[in-house]
Design a protein around this ligand. Structure first.
Ligand SMILES: Nc1nc2c(c(=O)[nH]1)N[C@H]1C(S)=C(S)[C@@H](COP(=O)(O)O)O[C@H]1N2
Ligand SMILES: [Mo]
Length: 561
């Protein structure tokens, strides 16, 4: 037995390399940061909903991420780009918190300083946010203080445990040194008073270890429960889903006439109208703004004869008409999916603007979202009698989905979304391009951006083989406000052959097209191009997304077996 005992003692000594404490310190850092965030979430729920540091920092990061990264995220993750960004931020926070824990153990109080710094940065992100309320910084201030105190306490316990182990190791040449490791070592128990840090006797290693581990676990569990609870309560109490569901919109005074032949029955082709569930989503909002239509208002400000404020009721009482419009994102790649068609209910922007009376000299409207997002649209485009620029309240037969701008968004046929389609709209400022810049303008995108004519092959797809024989090559093409005159297809660089078009609903909505093809075994190149009703041929030369949208004919590889 004696031999086994001394063997154990050796193990106990060699099993506690310094490294292990670094790991515990990192965990203490992460747990303290978790507590910081959980406390901040609770206080945000109680005093300032816009004061969540998670959301504020996330939004801040979204606004400052470089353009290439934003494009990479949208291209790679599509509408899940936000999840990717959130994940990256989360990872960075975990790494920084772990670092703070390790620093705190190695070089007190560097970890606390790092926490304080993070708090200050988060507070800066919060208070500089558009529309931040007076108390918005309170949750983060309190959270940071709590986080700092916890990190201090946890790492102090950890340091004691480490010191115990070191002290025990130092005296472990004495055969019975292992007794110090036993919490049952009686006389050592009272030393458990956390204030007596200057104890020079090696205290019970087991006791200090337990105090650290239990403390860390309790804080971690409490933060998880409190943080999740706050999130759930926040979601439940801010739910406007019921209000949206029961919203009664007046019947449309006019509806879109969808002619026979407007929708082709071809497998794999994009439907004429994109369902709300399938509609692409692109925005800078980390959480979807929740706006109660009963408190919502739209202000027309700036260079106007008189400012106008409309309630939701005022707006819909002007009468709702139905419009068929294909929206396109500037970030859409050739052949890409950031484009969709819907039937919208709305009010002409020119009617509302006429109430305010834009002054001469104005050439732009700066539309503003509740979350601070802005878009610049030529005044001429929204007052044009021949262009259906609208304030939209419904999409495909239901109130706007929250992700698509509930309760009111802007839509201007023929202009990319970023310069026209502001969601969660709150204000229209009549101004000039010289005086005001929109969200994307200082980020490298043009202040004005008409949609470029484009045609897309939906079927066959490059990633799916087809069998030889009679088949159809089909897709969609759009040239908003002008309309598509012709779509042409070239197979294996042979002559361009005209495609059959669906009957156009209007010039603002894409058309479907197809050509019959007798596919032979092997690989084939299929290319498509369009011509608009003004006689313009779709641009062949490729253009990148920045600064005003992609161009180029789509060419795809088809494998026939
Ligand atoms: N408030 C707000 N509105 C916005 C944006 C945004 O980031 N915030 N993005 C615009 C862009 S770039 C596009 S392409 C369209 C996309 O609208 P959707 O998400 O309803 O498809 O919304 C526009 N409106
Ligand atoms: Mo966009």
């Amino acid at each position: 037995m004696g031999a086994v005992h001394s063997d154990d003692t050796k193990k106990t000594r060699t099993r506690v390399p310094r490294k292990r404490f670094w790991i515990y310190a990192a965990i203490a850092g992460v747990v303290s940061a978790g507590a910081l965030l959980a406390i901040a979430e609770v206080i945000a729920l109680l005093v300032a909903r816009d004061g969540s540091p998670v959301l504020a920092v996330g939004s801040f990061v979204i606004d400052i991420v470089p353009r290439w990264m934003k494009e990479f995220a949208i291209e790679t993750f599509g509408s899940n780009d936000k999840i990717f960004l959130l994940g990256s931020i989360g990872l960075a926070v975990v790494v920084a918190a772990a670092l703070a824990g390790v620093l705190q153990l190695a070089k007190r109080p560097l970890g606390l300083v790092l926490f304080g710094l993070a708090g200050v940065l988060a507070i800066a992100a919060i208070v500089t946010r558009t529309g931040a309320t007076a108390f918005a910084s309170v949750p983060t201030v309190v959270g940071t203080v709590v986080g700092i105190v916890l990190l201090h306490l946890l790492v102090r316990r950890l340091a004691r445990w480490r010191d115990d182990v070191r002290a025990a190791a130092a005296v472990s040449s004495v055969p019975d040194a292992r007794d110090y490791a036993r919490p049952s070592a009686g006389a050592q128990a009272p030393v458990a008073d956390s204030s007596s840090s200057s104890s020079d006797a090696p205290r019970a290693v087991g006791l200090d270890r337990r105090r650290f581990l239990v403390g860390t676990l309790v804080v971690a569990a409490a933060s998880a429960v409190v943080g999740t609870g706050a999130r759930l309560v926040s979601a439940a109490t801010s739910s406007l889903a019921g209000i949206r569901d029961s919203l009664k919109l007046p019947a449309a005074t006019s509806t879109v006439d969808v002619p026979a032949g407007a929708e082709l029955d071809i497998e794999g082709i994009t439907p004429l109208y994109t369902s709300n569930a399938d509609f692409y989503r692109v925005d800078t909002a980390l959480t979807v703004p929740q706006i109660d239509p009963s408190t919502w208002s739209l202000k027309i400000t700036g260079m106007v004869d008189k400012e106008v404020t409309l309630s939701f009721q005022d707006l819909v009482n002007m009468g709702l008409d139905e419009y068929s419009i294909t929206m396109t994102c500037v970030s859409n790649e050739v052949g890409g999916g950031l484009v969709g068609s819907a039937k919208w209910l709305g009010v002409p922007m020119r009617d509302v603007l006429a109430m305010a009376g834009p002054q001469s000299g104005a050439d732009m409207v700066l539309s503003k979202s509740i979350d601070g997002y802005t878009a610049s649209t030529p005044l001429s485009a929204v007052t044009d009698e021949n262009r259906d620029a609208i304030f939209a309240v419904a999409m495909n037969g239901e109130p706007l989905p929250f992700e698509h701008g509930f309760p009111v968004r802007m839509l201007v046929p023929g202009l990319y979304g970023y310069v026209s389609a502001t969601k969660w709209l709150t204000e229209i400022k009549v101004t000039t391009f010289a005086a005001d810049q929109a969200y994307w303008t200082p980020r490298g995108y043009d202040a004005e951006a008409p949609i470029k004519m484009s045609s897309r092959i939906d079927t066959p797809r490059v990633d799916k083989q087809i069998s030889a024989g009679a088949t159809k090559i089909a897709g969609v093409a759009w040239a908003q406000t002008i309309g598509i005159e012709r779509v042409e297809v070239s197979i294996d660089n042979a002559d361009w052959q005209p495609a059959t078009l669906s009957t156009a609903v209007n010039a603002d909505t894409w058309v479907q097209w197809y050509v019959d093809w007798n596919a032979t075994t092997g690989t084939h190149y299929v290319a498509v191009r369009a011509v608009d009703k003004a006689g313009n041929l779709q641009i062949e030369e490729r253009a990148p997304i920045v600064p005003n949208g992609t161009a180029g004919w789509q060419r795809t590889l088809v494998t026939v077996v």
